[in-house]
Write a protein that binds this ligand. Structure first.
Ligand SMILES: [Zn+2]
Length: 350
């Protein structure tokens, strides 16, 4: 399970990883077509880490996993969400309802910071004229996306958002300290960048990492600079990678793709990826003074081939790199007629 071939050959979506830990692979209707969630068995009940998107195929897979592992209606102790992206928290409400008995809610644990993000973005999705959606459209226009197209991209976000209903009642926690899941005590580690409130979990006794979307094989997590992101998001991610590289890890259990065998090596590859991306981003700005983030995305990602769901991620990812280069004083931005235009320092945009 440490390479693409054996991962693709895996027959069942439910995989036993340790005596007490199982992975369930759930489908997603996107180019990234699955998410990994985890079930941890303990004397006082099961813990679930991440949940999937609330679609019928995923509900059916959860049900067969519960049947196979003989998880009864009162057997789930807690549900933990690494970060509030739809593919990770989307079924938390459904699971909470399914396992809560009268008067006693199974806790759905999330970091306080990501809980704030949930309220800001996803909780407001119930109405189509939500402020979050309006902000998203404005943000896309600012980055060079024509208004008509921007609305369609925002619409795509809406259709993802509804696959997170019903929403759970969350229990926010601080992104540090320890948490009991199963019979293991895990260090809670704040891992910003992909989601600034993401928390991931390390079991020092067994050198296991439940690494969320922070460390992934083959793909790199989207590091997005969105309308409401604090500047420096890519730097926060790179700082987190440097911190995570110091851990002694036997296996990483990630949110997507296959297991992480060589932790340090994978982190080095991810550093190299971002170095290279910073270079291509800088080159795109250097050869096109006044270019928009969309323009850079076109150059870097060939955006025309991406669908709506992916294009906003491409723009946010591009902006994260532009923002870091700007922070280093290598490029500058100015707003011209409601659109951000980037140039290398010393060049004029117009
Ligand atoms: Zn994810």
């Amino acid at each position: 399970m440490f390479d693409e071939k054996s991962w693709k050959a895996q027959a069942s979506p439910l995989l036993k990883l340790e005596d007490d830990i199982w992975q369930l692979r759930l489908p997603l209707p996107y180019a990234l077509d699955h998410v990994n969630v985890y079930l941890i068995q303990g004397d006082s009940g099961w813990s679930i880490v991440d949940t999937g998107l609330n679609i019928s195929k995923a509900r059916a897979l959860w049900e067969s996993a519960f049947a196979e592992l003989k998880i009864g209606p009162n057997d789930v102790e807690k549900i933990v969400v690494t970060h509030v992206h739809p593919d990770h928290f989307g079924m938390a409400g459904w699971l909470q309802e399914r396992f809560s008995s009268a008067g006693e809610l199974v806790p759905v644990i999330v970091s306080a910071e990501d809980h704030g993000m949930f309220i800001k973005i996803w909780d407001g999705l119930k109405s189509s004229d939500s402020q979050a959606m309006e902000n998203m459209t404005r943000f896309l226009i600012l980055n060079g996306i024509p208004a008509e197209y921007a609305k369609a991209v925002t619409q795509g976000t809406m259709s993802t958002g509804v696959k997170t209903f019903p929403h759970p009642t969350f229990t926010p926690i601080k992104p540090n300290g320890t948490i009991k899941m199963g019979n293991r005590t895990w260090d809670v580690i704040h891992a910003p960048g992909h989601a600034d409130g993401q928390i991931i979990f390390y079991d020092p006794a067994d050198r296991l990492f439940l690494s969320g979307d922070q460390i992934l094989m083959k793909i790199t997590p989207n590091i997005g600079y969105w309308g409401d992101t604090e500047p420096g998001v890519l730097q926060r991610y790179l700082d987190s990678l440097a911190q995570l590289r110091t851990y002694n890890v036997r296996i990483g259990y990630p949110g997507h793709k296959w297991l992480v065998g060589d932790w340090q090596q994978r982190i080095d590859e991810m550093f190299a990826h971002h170095d290279e991306r910073l270079d291509t981003t800088y080159e795109a700005v250097k050869s096109n003074a006044g270019i928009t983030a969309d323009g850079v995305s076109q150059a870097v990602f060939r955006l025309g081939e991406l669908n709506y769901h992916q294009s906003r991620f491409a723009i946010a990812e591009t902006l994260a790199h532009l923002d870091l280069l700007e922070g280093q004083g290598k490029i500058g931005r100015e707003e011209v007629d409601g659109v951000w235009r980037f140039s290398t320092v010393g060049d004029s945009a117009i």
